[in-house]
Design a protein around this ligand. Structure first.
Ligand SMILES: Cc1cc2nc3c(=O)[nH]c(=O)nc-3n(C[C@H](O)[C@H](O)[C@H](O)COP(=O)(O)OP(=O)(O)OC[C@H]3O[C@@H](n4cnc5c(N)ncnc54)[C@H](O)[C@@H]3O)c2cc1C
Length: 464
């Protein structure tokens, strides 16, 4: 499917419904949950009633071949509040890891357990990071050893969204330490399993409505069938990795790669909230005899942000479209989207504080919260440095830009006579020469073909 920006009626409806939910349900609750750092159960319940909290909803969004539904939803939701947004979408992150690693039967078993249903909500967590290793996944030390019909997990996890309060913990653990991160596998640990301990809930700078925790696994026993992908697949993967001397694919890293455009779109939601607020504030706040928006010191950085925000959104939509088309990221397109969107979110929120002056620095306005929320996005799901590393590793790849690699669609005739072809250009040149010697009435038809399509005229106040 070719790449485009026009929304389907269903996508338009999704944007409007999500925006209305953010405006009417999330925003009114945001300040309270941020201040008291309390999990937003009531908002989750409303999200579930609205159809935003179930595995089929995410399956639908991920299955959209245009790739637009998922980032459109994320941007609108996180425009409301990133902490509440994270609480709503956290099970989708765990589900994405399950979907990549699990057998179809396991997916059917665990997907409903990640979300529950209205009136009986459930939570899910993806447990990868550890005190000794966040960026460097080779340094992860949680181990899983087989004991008869069970796996026994021992280790220490930190920064885990929904950790300890989730019904489903998808846990990354090493089964063969000799193979580094290629010797890791994913396990499902149900909440309440003996040996799974919530050490503490972490107090955060931002996204404070979401629950983030430190966990310990001590002799934590789970049934053998909770190994995602099953025994045979694990043995095959380990054999492949050891044949390639530790080389091979990590199922956990795969999940992060796929979720990067989703996380980028979340950052865009925060950035847009701050940007819109700053523009409106600047058009109303007066200093030195007029709105501060009229001063270039205020409007130029906002103009830069407007362009950067759109650029980041285009990168995000491209990466999401590629993922939907199951195209490989040759030039780390997912990381590019995450890098740019997260950094523009930090700049947009920081500048929003500057635009609001003293009011921006205190809790009277929401901009200081957005700034605290945005900072997380240059850290989790791969820090900015790690995204640059991933992009840097592709720089030797001789693959040309994406549009060179895409198959042409349309008819073969367009290769010969379409816009920009040699035939068309030479014919146009000839027509121009003939036109000067031909009565205008005779030229009307050929000129109709050759002139560019007319745009509807709009009165504009400036030359631009
Ligand atoms: C609020 C929050 C929620 C989170 N949610 C989850 C979750 O649900 N599940 C989960 O598994 N994890 C989660 N994380 C963990 C997050 O993904 C990690 O914090 C992140 O990957 C960074 O790891 P680290 O904190 O260990 O930093 P480190 O890896 O120690 O990095 C420290 C600094 O060194 C830099 N650095 C490291 N290596 C290099 C290098 N090679 N070159 C240049 N610079 C380098 C980093 O960019 C960073 O600036 C969450 C984190 C936070 C803060």
């Amino acid at each position: 499917m070719s790449y485009g920006f026009s929304l389907t009626p269903a996508q338009q409806d999704l944007v409007e419904r999500t925006h209305a939910f953010s405006r009417d349900v999330i925003r009114p609750a945001a300040e309270h949950h941020d201040r008291v750092e309390e999990f937003p159960w009531a908002v989750l319940e409303q999200a579930a009633q609205e159809g935003f909290y179930n595995p089929l909803f995410y399956r639908d969004l991920i299955g959209d071949p245009t790739g637009l539904s998922l980032p459109l939803f994320m941007e609108e939701l996180f425009w409301g509040c990133a902490g509440i947004g994270l609480s709503i979408v956290m099970p989708a992150l765990a589900l994405s890891a399950i979907a990549q690693a699990a057998t179809p039967e396991q997916l059917m078993q665990w997907a409903p357990e990640c979300f529950g249903e209205p009136g009986d909500l459930k939570l899910a967590a993806l447990c990868v990071s550890e005190p000794e290793g966040g960026s460097d996944v080779r340094n992860l030390r949680t181990q899983a050893r087989r004991d008869g019909d069970e796996w026994v997990l021992d280790g220490h996890k930190i920064w885990i969204g929904n950790g300890g309060i989730a019904d489903v913990h998808v846990v990354n653990a090493t089964v063969d330490p000799g193979l580094g991160h290629r010797g890791q596998a994913l396990f499902v640990v149900p909440g309440g399993t003996p040996g799974l301990q919530l050490v503490r809930k972490l107090e955060k700078l931002g996204c404070r409505a979401s629950h983030t925790a430190e966990l310990r696994f001590e002799g934590c026993r789970i049934p053998a069938e909770n190994l995602l992908g099953g025994d045979e697949r694990l043995e095959r993967r380990l054999a492949e990795a050891s044949a390639r001397n530790g080389d091979g694919r990590s199922s956990t890293l795969g999940a992060f790669e796929q979720t990067r455009p989703m996380v980028a779109a979340q950052a865009l939601g925060i950035a847009r909230a701050a940007f819109e607020f700053a523009c409106e504030y600047a058009s109303k706040r007066e200093a030195f005899g007029g709105p501060i928006l009229d001063k270039q010191g205020i409007s130029f950085p906002l103009a830069d942000l407007a362009a950067d925000l759109d650029a980041a959104r285009l990168l995000t939509w491209r990466a999401s479209w590629m993922a939907a088309q199951q195209m490989e990221y040759h030039h780390a397109e997912g990381s590019m989207a995450k890098l740019k969107a997260s950094e523009v979110a930090v700049r947009a929120t920081e500048h929003a504080i500057q635009v609001c002056g003293g009011y921006g620095y205190v809790r009277d306005l929401p901009v200081e919260k957005w700034y605290r929320d945005a900072k997380l996005y240059t850290i989790f799901e791969g820090t900015s440095e790690i995204q640059r590393m991933v992009i840097g590793r592709t720089l030797e790849d001789p693959a040309p830009p994406l549009h060179h690699r895409l198959p042409a669609d349309g008819r073969a005739l367009s290769r010969r006579f379409g816009r920009g072809t040699k035939t068309r250009s030479l014919a146009a040149g000839k027509a121009m020469r003939v036109a000067s010697r031909t009565p205008p009435a005779l030229m009307r038809l050929p000129m109709k073909v050759l002139t560019p399509p007319q745009k509807p005229r709009r009165d504009q106040g400036s030359r631009s």
